[in-house]
Design a protein around this ligand. Sequence first.
Ligand code: HEC
Ligand code: HEC
Length: 273
Amino acid sequence: MKRFLGAALLAAGVGFLVSQATRTPIYAASNGQQPSQPAANTTPAHEEDLAKAGSEVFGQNCAFCHGRDAMGGETGPDLTRSKLVLSDSGGDKISKVVRDGRPTKGMPSFTFSSQEMDGLVAFIHSQAAKAAAQAGGRRGVDVSDLQTGNVEKGKEYFNGAGGCSKCHSPTGDLAGIASKYEGLHLEEQMLYPREAKSKVTVTLPSGEKISGTLAYLDEFVVGLRDANDTYHSWPTSKVKYVVDSPVEAHVEQFPKYTDDDIHNLMAYLQTLR
Ligand code: HEC
Ligand code: HEC
């Protein structure tokens, strides 16, 4: 299934999309520590309940085509590797497909309450995250796929439609990138630079601005680490903040790539040794 090569590799991004979709913290400190106490109801328990309820709805309505685990069945595709699912945010894409169906392609339309729909969306995202975690995000990827791209076209895409050259340079920050990461790892970084830190600028009620590395963000709390690595946080209701997320720029690109674009880009990046 080469069609979903990119999707499988972006699996690393699933967690991000899931959490965005379900309003749990959309960013947590990468060392896994929860800085300070976030406001009361940020527990993921609610999301788990939602996904659990969704699994029942899924089991009754969708499983016979898409498989119990959403990984594909007799007549329906694997949803955990679907580009549409991976680029879904808060159900915006999934719910449309479910409501409208694709009658000419064997996907019926359904009418669900918004609660049921939320459950379905949570379940599908949790399955996608699970699938990604299980396989280290590399399921079904054939290394030889990485050799099939066209270098010239990849370069063109980098400087043109892909918009990569707005932020990157082959002789600057990406010089030697192919020596830094091999094959699949390079592709993962290209699609979803997991290590990239987001910056945030918080404007206090007094007008004072504080910038730093985003360390925590949910509906209620925004937290950053300043240049001295000191953690600060504020209630989101009391301050204004702007997040500059390089990861997001990459995620936004994701639904726009064709598989050829990805292969060509990979071929091009692999020349940067
Ligand atoms: C009768 C079989 C069948 C049932 C039942 C069914 N689907 Fe589908 N579904 C399909 C097929 C076939 C496709 C692929 C359509 C296409 O090729 O465009 C699809 C596509 C989708 C897609 C889009 C995937 C993509 O990458 O474009 C989503 C999301 C989806 N189904 C979710 C659901 C959910 C949720 C349910 C249950 C509420 C469900 N489906 C029930 C057959 C089914
Ligand atoms: C809005 C700016 C922006 C755009 C557009 C963008 N990137 Fe990035 N990219 C970044 C930032 C920032 C990082 C993180 C750099 C770091 O952590 O060293 C990054 C990381 C990467 C990395 C990993 C670099 C490393 O050293 O780990 C690769 C590869 C990459 N991007 C490729 C691309 C490609 C290919 C495109 C176009 C399809 C693209 N980027 C578009 C900002 C951008």
